[in-house]
Each structure stands twice: as C-alpha cells, then as structure tokens.
Design a protein around this ligand. Structure first.
Ligand SMILES: O=C(O)C1=C[C@@H](OP(=O)(O)O)[C@@H](O)[C@H](O)C1
Ligand SMILES: C=C(OP(=O)(O)O)C(=O)O
Length: 432
C-alpha cells in the first residue's frame, strides 16, 4: 500500500501492541550466538527484524518461525561457520542490524560484506572505521558508505567510542566483545545518549548468561572467553510503537479511553517515558491490568520542553502532541534525529507545516506553537520512506478538518507491518 487517506475521527477500544523491535534484535542475536537451541516468544515480524534474522542466518545460525510468533533459534556456535569466504549480510534499512552485526562478524572472525537500502548507506559508521584503523583491520567502503567489507578479525583491547553519535556502536561492541578470548574495555568519550538502549542490551546479555561490569556509562569491562547460553524468553510490547496510539487516545480518543495491551509497566525501554510525558502534559493514564494500560482523552494538553536525548524515536509523535497542546512545545537535544531513516527534524517540520501546524526547526530540535483544539485543515503529506513519520502523520490526521492523504504509507513495514489494520481496529477510517 503506497497511498492512504486517513479521515478525522475518534479512536477507542483495545489493541495489542507489537513486540519491542529493540529487544527482538538483541534476543535473536544472542540466541544465534549460543551453542544450543533457544525459543523466543512473541516476536513481531517486521522488515528490520527480518534483516537481523537474515544476518544471523548468513552467519549460520538456524532460525525458524513457529506457532504464534515464536522463533526457534539454533545457535551458530554448534556449527562450523565458514571463515574462508566473504559472507554477504543485507541489513535492508535497519541501522540496528548494521551496527550490531559489523563488530559481531569481525569478532567471530568471519569476513563479511554489509549492504543496505534507503538511507542506511548515509548513516554514520565512522566510529567503527576509527576503531578498525587503530587495530589495523582491513576494510573497504564504497566512498565511505555501503557496501562495506570487513576482512580481518576484531582483536580484544580498549575501545574509545563517542557516546553522542549512536548508542548502537556501544551495543554492537557489547554483543561482540564477550566472544573474544581476552578481556576488553569500552571507554565512552563523549556523554552517552540513548542510554536506555544500552541498558536493554545489558539486560538481554544477562538473560543469555553474559557478564559485563560497568561503572556508570563511561566504562564497560567485558571479560573475554564467555559463552552465550541458550534460553527461552518472551519479548514484551514496544513503547516506541505504543506512543503513537497513546497520543491518538490523548488527542482524539473516545471518552471511554483506549486500552493498549502487551506492555510491561516496569520495562527498561527508554520510550516508556511517553507515559510520564503524556501525564505531565495533562493526559490520564491508568494501568488496568499487569500488561494493559488505558489512555483517556485530554481536553487541553499543555505544551512542555522535552529533552529527547534518551528517547529519540519519540520525536515525530511528540511533535504531533505539541501541535495539539496549549502554548509552546520545545523538543531539545535532538541533533541525532538528522541521521535516522530520514532527517527526522526536516521531515517533521516540513510535513507538519504542510498540514497547517506552526512549527520551526531550531539548532537542536523543534519548536511548536500548538492549538489545543486542532482545527488544522489537513491535506497532502509524505512519509519520507520513514515509518515513524508515516505513523505520526496518521495520528495527526485524526484531528484535522479534512484528514491527511499520505504517500509512502507502506514504510510502516519497517517496524509495524499491521499498523494500518491496527489503526482501523481502534476506529481509524482509511481509504486506499
Ligand atoms: O539500540 C537500539 O535498539 C536503538 C537505538 C537508538 O538509536 P541511537 O542510539 O542511534 O539513538 C534508536 O533510535 C533506534 O531506533 C534503536
Ligand atoms: C531509527 C530506528 O531504527 P534503526 O536505527 O534500527 O534503523 C527506528 O526504528 O526509528
């Protein structure tokens, strides 16, 4: 589906949220590194998750999809991985897959070529190139981008990594370094952003029997010679995705509220902060059950200053919330948003402006002068081939006068292939 028109209207009822993409990537990788058989329950298939499955299969893990989304993973350590040929790994458009797999293949001593599509080739990788140069590892790039070929095995040692470009480099190293024979250290040289994603990595590593010692987020000590242990685990619901429907319920919800199922109230996902943000803007959120939260409509959301350095994926939907909030909503510390599936600051600014929102780009984010009653005319919008822009525009459409006609609607498949069906399920009216 490329084009969809989302009508204005109210949402309500109940919906199950897809499982966490971030935890899914990590669990699949860790399971693929064991020498046994793991079962991962509740994996939502998406293009990004398929990229990670494909990557682990290329490294000779065996992964099969069983009943109700459970993955059966036979770890590659029980097989003889080919080390004498270059393995091809297609990361599609998934930054996580690319940045997690690069050090991993090198730590396994497997020469690999990494390719990808869309904007992936432009997303930064210099942090790894610097590390490779320090270790004198041979690598080749296409004018600094993809395809990238890494030929030599990663060596244990001390890795200095800036923390303010992407936490995915730290995660990649944390997944890879336990496989090396000697101990390693990661020193984070600039302040770490997206810290909760590193916490998620440490949590999943612990589940699979891997130890990492750390004092704060500046220094990580990774003992070498560790073994990933096969596990049975379940992936919880995704707060980055839930945020779209929570926002829909707050700005365009039916009186009885919208119930979101499958979330863990004490999750380590950083985007769980959407609950606090919505509450601080005036929305009412009530946990109905252990795994189900209800969000009620809010007559007048209040604009706020939101520091997104630890929750970058929320930005598109936070900007939509700002459009319906009284006063100014300032989104700050969002520089890295320029290097996601699109330049998300430019994309949000252009698309929200196009449907009538008063928004400006600032040096490090966005500033929105909101209107609690909405009343935006709506109109044409495009997704920039970015799932989070498409989903944010769909939610904004619910409270416009004429709805929004969106091109590039299929981009949601990157993280939430059933997004349009689920939006219909909670009352959204769509025309293709
Ligand atoms: O590790 C992860 O699962 C992710 C880390 C974040 O990236 P940055 O660390 O680059 O902000 C986030 O934006 C991305 O969607 C997923
Ligand atoms: C940025 C994202 O993912 P990735 O970095 O894995 O491409 C995202 O899902 O918004």
């Amino acid at each position: 589906m490329d084009r969809v028109h989302v009508e204005p209207g109210a949402v309500g009822g109940a919906v199950r949220i897809p499982s966490s993409k971030s935890i899914g990537h990590r669990a699949i990788i860790c399971a693929g590194l064991t020498d046994g058989v793991s079962t991962i329950h509740n994996v939502t298939m998406s293009k990004d998750i398929e990229a990670t499955i494909g990557a682990m299969k290329a490294l000779e893990a065996s992964i099969e999809c069983g009943k109700e989304g459970a993955l059966r993973v036979v770890g590659l350590r029980s097989r003889t991985a080919a080390r004498d040929r270059i393995v091809s790994i297609d990361c599609h458009e998934s930054g996580s897959t690319l940045r997690f797999m690069i050090p991993l293949a090198a730590a396994l001593g497997i020469p690999a070529q990494f390719s990808g599509q869309g904007r992936l080739a432009e997303r930064p990788l210099d942090v790894y190139y610097d590390l490779f140069r320090k270790q004198k590892l041979r690598y080749e790039t296409q004018s600094g981008g993809l395809p990238l070929v890494v030929l030599d095995p990663l060596q244990p040692g001390t890795f200095s990594v800036a923390g303010n470009i992407s936490s995915q480099f730290i995660t990649g190293l944390l997944l890879a370094l336990p496989l090396l024979q000697q101990d390693s250290v990661i020193e984070v040289t600039a302040p770490l952003e997206s810290i909760p994603y590193v916490d998620l990595t440490l949590q999943v590593l612990r589940t699979f029997g891997i130890t990492v010692e750390h004092q704060g987020y500046e220094r990580f000590q990774i003992p070498g010679g560790q073994r990933y242990e096969a596990q049975e685990c379940t992936v919880e619901g995704d707060y980055s995705q839930a945020a779209f429907f929570m926002a829909a319920a707050a700005v365009a919800g039916k009186k009885e509220g919208l119930c979101l199922e499958g979330l863990s109230p004490c999750s380590a996902q950083g985007d769980r902060v959407i609950c606090d943000i919505l509450q601080s803007m005036g929305a009412r959120i009530v946990w109905e059950r252990e795994d189900a939260v209800k969000v009620y409509p809010c007559e007048k959301l209040r604009g706020r200053t939101l520091d997104v350095s630890q929750c970058p994926d929320l930005v598109p939907i936070l900007a939509v919330l700002g459009a319906f909030a009284e006063g100014t909503t300032a989104i700050i510390n969002a520089q890295r948003l320029r290097y996601k599936e699109s330049d998300r600051l430019a994309a949000v600014w252009e698309e929200l402006s196009a449907v009538g929102v008063n928004i400006e780009q600032t040096e490090d984010g966005l500033r929105i002068a909101g209107r609690p009653n909405g009343g935006y005319p709506g109109g044409e919008a495009k997704s920039w081939n970015d799932h989070r822009i498409a989903m944010a525009m769909a939610i904004l459409a619910l409270k416009t006068q004429g709805g929004v006609s969106l091109t590039g609607a299929g981009s949601v498949a990157k993280s939430w292939p059933s997004f349009w069906e689920d939006l219909t399920r909670i009352g959204g009216v769509l025309h293709e």
